[in-house]
Design a protein around this ligand. Structure first.
Ligand code: AVI
Length: 326
């Protein structure tokens, strides 16, 4: 049987116009900031792949350990009744981790449709191709676009129970306030009985965390600097990349892990008809990767009106997939 793959298209929200406006607003703020969602152009995707393969970057291996070795537990916690459901993955990428769950459910003849949501149509096409070859019995409906728009679409095209996956510790790329609003918005869109499975990177030895974002080879540095290169190419800016330096911090009390770019000189950067002045040692706030305690996770679930129904940890206890229900 052939895999049943359909795609819903939608114009990318983060068009060049939005990118430009966000950048201008960020560089006019104090402190200056850029949004890490813009890291992921073609070169940024490749650098992120390299990050995931670095020995210091443990997050991917930890969650892979859960999906590969605790698949049965994951399946049990999302299969509450025997009713058919839709398995939605926010930011599915190459679905490397979720594939283990998908294969497990398909082999058990569970009636479900996999709905990967991603901003990149190219990634979704590749994913469809991969599943037609490797898991031909899996029913796939790809949704290209913004998470919340596509979640609305998923809710409107099928009335079945929803299980939403938000993996990879991506929730950490929001500050605590933003993640609360994000979970509240998900809660608003879902129905009673629906499930949200979120991957959280846990607080641990601060050296382990700092090293994951401050690698010797400088890949994380290139990942940050690549956004300046992207702005030069797409927004006609004239950043001199050699005049900026990556700086990483981790505060073990708050769990806030942050990356900055430091201006190495007093300099002006042009972008169209805008000029941005940088003092020597002035910072651009680039990315937050929040780390969580169990208490932080319980509070986030409670505040956004979910119940935690299960928690599945990796063998080192460094990462948790927390399973919430409305
Ligand atoms: C995508 N996200 C979960 C990564 C993280 O760990 O915050 C992005 C990243 N930034 C630097 N290294 C990895």
């Amino acid at each position: 049987m052939n895999s049943q793959v359909e795609t819903e298209f939608q114009t990318q929200n983060d068009s060049k116009e939005t990118f430009l406006l966000d950048v201008i607003e960020g560089l006019q703020s104090s402190p200056k900031r850029l949004h890490s969602k813009y890291f992921y152009d073609k070169a940024g995707d490749q650098l992120f792949q390299q990050i995931m393969n670095m020995p210091e970057y443990y997050l991917t291996d930890c969650e892979l350990d859960i999906f590969k070795n605790k698949t049965e537990l994951l399946a049990k916690s999302i299969l509450i009744d025997n009713k058919p459901f839709d398995l939605i993955e926010l930011g599915a990428g190459d679905a490397m981790k979720s594939s283990y769950l998908l294969e497990h459910l398909t082999k058990k003849n569970i009636d479900f449709t996999y709905m990967p949501i991603d901003i990149s149509g190219h990634i979704l096409e590749e994913l469809s191709g991969k599943f037609s070859r490797d898991l031909p019995d899996l029913e796939v409906k790809t949704l290209e676009g913004d998470y919340f728009d596509m979640l609305d679409k998923a809710m409107s095209i099928s009335q079945r129970r929803k299980v939403v996956l938000f993996l990879g510790g991506n929730i950490g790329n929001m500050d605590m306030g933003e993640s609360y609003h994000f979970c509240r918005e998900l809660r608003r869109k879902l129905n009673r009985g629906d499930i949200l499975l979120v991957g959280f990177d846990l607080k641990k030895n601060p050296h382990t965390i700092l090293n994951a974002y401050n690698d010797e080879a400088g890949i994380t540095s290139s990942f940050n600097l690549n956004l300046l290169i992207r702005m030069n190419r797409e927004l006609e800016a004239d950043f001199d990349v050699l005049n900026f330096q990556h700086y990483q911090t981790y505060d073990p009390i708050s769990g806030v892990c942050k990356s900055y770019l430091v201006s190495l000189a007093e300099q002006n950067v042009h972008m169209g008809n805008q000029i941005f002045r940088f003092e020597e040692n002035e910072l651009i706030d680039m990315e937050i990767s929040q780390k969580f305690s169990q208490e932080d996770i319980s509070k986030l679930a409670r505040d956004s009106k979910f119940h935690i129904i299960d928690e599945i940890h990796d063998s080192k206890n460094w990462f948790v997939d927390s399973i919430w229900q409305i």
